[in-house]
Write a new protein. Structure first.
Length: 186
């Protein structure tokens, strides 16, 4: 009787293990780009094989996007510095607000005037330069970022950041962040 119970228990545990493993393979398959088009069931080795082929493609794509981002940032920073020199004090109408969410996270709101012209490129460039400066500092991660036109002459930028330091250093960093953001945007 006990042997039969042990065997049933073993079979049930094995069935659960196989179900979890199959669920993992299905989740992995769903990450592949052509998984939704195919109606047939893929075997586990086929899924692993396709994933191993797809990962280098993805790495190449990420590298291409990084280089494209670097080129755009370089172009935009040179254009922004040129525009800043010609505009002279464009961001005088600047408001920065830093609100702590918890010990490691904060929301930063930056409101700035769009200037006389209707061209928003200067503000977009300033915001992308701000994002780049925050990334380059390496102390915090940007969890989300957005921009919103609040009226014809103002734009608000929002950053949700998470600090990667110990709690004692976080307090000081969040306090310094407002000053750093103002200096990065000037």
């Amino acid at each position: 009787m006990q042997i039969a119970n042990k065997k049933l228990d073993h079979n049930a545990k094995e069935r659960i293990r196989r179900m979890k493993l199959n669920a993992s393979y299905l989740a992995l398959r769903s990450l592949l780009p052509d998984s939704r088009r195919s109606k047939k069931r893929w075997s586990a080795p086929a899924i692993v094989e396709r994933v191993l082929k797809y990962i280098p493609e993805l790495e190449n794509e990420v590298e291409a996007l990084r280089s494209k981002k670097d080129d755009i940032v370089q172009q935009s920073s040179s254009a922004a510095s040129e525009k800043k020199r010609s505009a002279g004090g464009q961001h005088q109408n600047l408001t920065v607000c830093v609100n702590k969410i918890n010990q490691e996270e904060a929301v930063v709101q930056v409101c700035m005037g769009t200037g006389e012209d209707d061209d928003d490129d200067g503000e977009v460039v300033a915001f992308s330069n701000l994002l780049q400066a925050v990334e380059d500092e390496g102390i915090c991660n940007i969890k989300s970022a957005s921009t919103v036109h609040v009226c014809e002459s103002r734009i608000c930028c929002h950053l949700h950041i998470q600090v990667n330091q110990s709690s004692s250093e976080v307090e000081g960093y969040i306090e310094e962040l407002k000053g750093k953001i103002i200096s990065w945007l000037k």
